[in-house]
Design a protein around this ligand. Structure first.
Ligand code: NIG
Ligand code: FE
Length: 410
């Protein structure tokens, strides 16, 4: 038996006996145990309590007043890609919009051209580097999408890379098939032709090789319409893929309505919302995943987190790590930005980036809170006065160590 006893924890953050998906007011309740110990046995949380009843133990690590919290659960990324796109970043500084760049063959199509020329091995190597980078930044579970393939071969290549990451990763990974990210150039005028490829060629291989957990569609003006989104999601559901879709990023495009209608696990982005759409989402079982670093990077208005939470929505926060709209998988930054720009309370942001993030990729039994039996995927902070200091000190690295399955991640 392999065990470690962490002692003298200033604050043990997000301690829960019976975790549940948090919505509305519940999000602002972040249970904390002050002056605590935590026992890890065989990589999992075995017990915890207050220092006044600290058990005897071997392998004691005295944290000397550091705090401990669950690792971030990043439920929306595109971290498999061939190359960065900083030249588009400069084009945007000079005045082009995200939509202008996409219309002239940049954006997602640019990433697809480069991915087609990259081998599965090279894609795996660069994605693995990014995975290591985000674990060091405190991420303890992650969802990864395809969507830069846009052909049968390249989409399957991406999904095989994600499958290999799953098999070799120390943290839980969920895979999402996003063949419907944009129409490839060849099918620009033949939407039916590309949808046929998705339904008749890609989905059967994905089913046979068990390459995905979820299906995603970029439901947006100029990309996939609500009807097309619905058809693709329904076909995914036939082979057991739950929808998790890109909705309401650039326009009020009906993405949220479509997501709720197909029973999506989450609808993600939500930069562009109106009152009726907020109410619809709040009264559904679908999680609203906010991606503030994408809004920031594209200089768009931030998501209306306050209105969404006050209406009773279950909110998660994620990084959207991708080369076009959020070239960062730093969840510490996501949490700070949510508090600074979207007026989420620190407690709300931490819950949304841990427990609700876990629910948004169905790993809530494994990670997302300090709960007996869950994996010891934990952030050990440098000494911090309170949880509010985490988003407040937005430019500081407050992470001392990251434990993954109870081991220090190097
Ligand atoms: O989530 N909006 C669609 N997809 C990505 C961006 C993809 C890209 O620009 O490469 C997103 O923001
Ligand atoms: Fe995305």
């Amino acid at each position: 038996m392999n065990q470690t006893l962490l002692t003298n924890i200033h604050q043990l953050i997000n301690v829960r006996q019976q975790p549940m998906l948090l919505r509305g007011k519940e999000l602002s309740h972040l249970p904390i145990l002050e002056d605590a110990w935590l026992l890890i046995v065989n990589g999992r949380i075995a017990d915890f309590g207050s220092m006044k009843d600290c058990p005897e133990g071997t392998n004691i690590v005295d944290l000397q007043g550091a705090s401990v919290m669950p690792c971030w659960c990043d439920s929306h990324t595109h971290l498999v890609f061939a190359t960065s796109r900083e030249e588009e970043f400069v084009d945007k500084i000079k005045g082009m919009t995200y939509a202008d760049i996409a219309a002239k063959g940049g954006g997602i199509l640019n990433s697809a051209r480069r991915l087609a020329l990259t081998t599965e091995e090279d894609l795996y190597t660069s994605a693995k580097q990014r995975l290591i980078e985000i674990i060091r930044l405190g991420t303890g579970a992650v969802e990864i999408k395809s969507g830069y393939g846009l052909s049968v071969d390249a989409e399957i290549k991406m999904l095989r890379v994600i499958k290999k990451l799953k098999e070799t990763s120390p943290i839980p990974i969920k895979a999402t098939f996003l063949g419907a990210h944009t129409y490839p150039t060849l099918f620009k005028e033949d939407h039916e032709g590309y949808i046929d490829q998705i339904l008749l060629d890609m989905l059967p291989i994905i089913d046979r090789e068990q390459l995905a957990d979820y299906i995603d569609v970029f439901c947006e003006d100029g990309f996939f319409s609500p009807d097309e989104t619905k058809r693709i999601c329904e076909a995914g559901k036939q082979i057991g893929l739950k929808p998790k879709i890109h909705a309401n990023q650039l326009n009020l495009s009906g993405g949220v309505q479509t997501g709720v209608a197909v029973g999506a696990l989450s609808v993600d982005h939500l930069e562009t919302m109106d009152e009726a759409t907020i109410q619809l989402l709040a009264s559904s079982n679908t999680i609203g995943t906010l991606l503030p670093t994408a809004a920031y990077f594209l200089r768009m208005p931030f998501q209306l987190a306050r209105q969404l939470i006050d209406a009773g929505t279950a909110i998660a926060l994620a990084s959207d790590y991708n080369p076009g709209s959020s070239p960062s998988g730093n969840m510490n930054m996501v949490v700070s930005m949510s508090c600074i720009q979207m007026k989420m309370l620190p407690e709300e942001a931490i819950n949304a980036a841990t427990l609700n993030g876990a629910y948004a990729m169905e790993v809530e039994k494994e990670v997302g809170s300090i709960t007996i039996g869950k994996r010891a995927n934990l952030i050990i902070t440098k000494p911090i006065p309170s949880v509010a200091y985490i988003p407040y000190a937005f430019g500081s690295n407050l992470i001392d160590k990251v434990l993954i399955n109870g081991e220090v991640f190097k």
